[in-house]
Design a protein around this ligand. Structure first.
Ligand code: NAD
Length: 253
């Protein structure tokens, strides 16, 4: 729906017209875009935070105190992420980039599914679960090998070179966001003529400010989400529904 008086069909039509008339589109995605790939968002019923208290399992302090605990949760996440394949919503964004209209995808996700769908310009604000590094010698591990070991119960994973404990590159609570990607995201939002916000509750800062920033810089904003968010008021068009149904319709693929 775009507002209380407009049907979903009208909203889709308006959104599609906006996509057609825009040339510097930026997408901002969150966990909701990957739900139909089999990765639940963390906050919903059955999500990770309902079973693992993030204060206990997913802060940088808890990792430093007890990395086994983090990797026990990490094992479940690894099993889910390794099985996931990109869905129609990830593919629609990759096609929009191929058409030359989409400049980049800014994502809070750590699942690598935008890249797997073919997106090239992906700004990862919260890191990537498929990259890890040694907390002692800083050796980098790229790809799914570490997580295949974790999924087999190899917890906590250790560095092949020095035996140090490995940490996933995904950002934990209490860790600063990597500076480069956030700066890049702010620049992209300032230059966009349309921001497509997809599958995020917009409850994590500073990401939650990006739609307002884009709007203040002259962009139109379309919000695609299953439920209301506390930033719906910023959007020109709000579409309630599944990203896999709505994105192919508004992007026209
Ligand atoms: P969130 O869980 O706070 O919000 C997700 C939103 O997506 C919800 O409002 C929900 O209504 C909506 N949603 C659920 N299914 C949907 C669907 N099929 N189509 C459209 N919308 C749908 O997620 P967030 O705002 O991204 O913040 C969560 C944090 O947790 C992020 O920092 C992220 O790093 C991390 N996370 C990542 C993944 C992943 O990489 N796939 C998964 C879970 C959480």
């Amino acid at each position: 729906m775009t507002d209380n008086h407009t049907s979903l069909e009208d909203g889709i039509r308006e959104a599609r017209a906006l996509v057609e008339s825009s040339s510097r589109i930026v997408a901002l995605t969150g966990a909701g875009i990957s739900v139909d790939s089999g990765i639940p968002d963390f906050r919903s019923e059955g999500g990770l935070w309902k079973r693992f208290d993030p204060h206990e399992y997913a802060t940088i302090e808890s990792f430093e105190r007890n990395p086994e605990k983090f990797w026990t949760m990490g094992r479940e996440l690894a099993e889910t992420i390794l099985l996931a394949k990109p869905n129609e919503a990830h593919s629609a964004l990759a096609k929009l980039e191929d058409s030359g209209k989409l400049c980049c995808v800014i994502t809070q996700n750590i699942d690598n599914l935008h890249q797997a769908a073919g997106s090239r310009e992906v700004i990862e604000l919260h890191g990537n679960y498929l990259r890890a590094y040694c907390t002692s010698c800083k050796a980098e591990y790229v790809g799914d090998e570490v997580h295949r070991g974790v999924a087999r119960g190899d917890i906590p994973p250790k560095c092949e070179k020095c035996g140090g404990i490995l940490k996933s590159e995904a950002i934990l609570f209490g860790e600063p966001l990597p500076k480069g990607p956030m700066e890049h995201a702010i620049k992209a939002c300032r230059e966009a003529d349309l921001l497509l916000v997809i599958g995020t509750s917009l409850s994590v800062y500073p990401v939650a400010f990006l739609p307002q920033l884009a709007k203040d810089s002259g962009a139109r904003v379309i919000l695609v989400n299953l439920e209301g968010t506390n930033r719906d008021g910023v959007a020109d068009i709000v579409l309630r529904g599944r990203a896999t149904h709505l994105l192919p319709s508004i992007i026209g693929v």
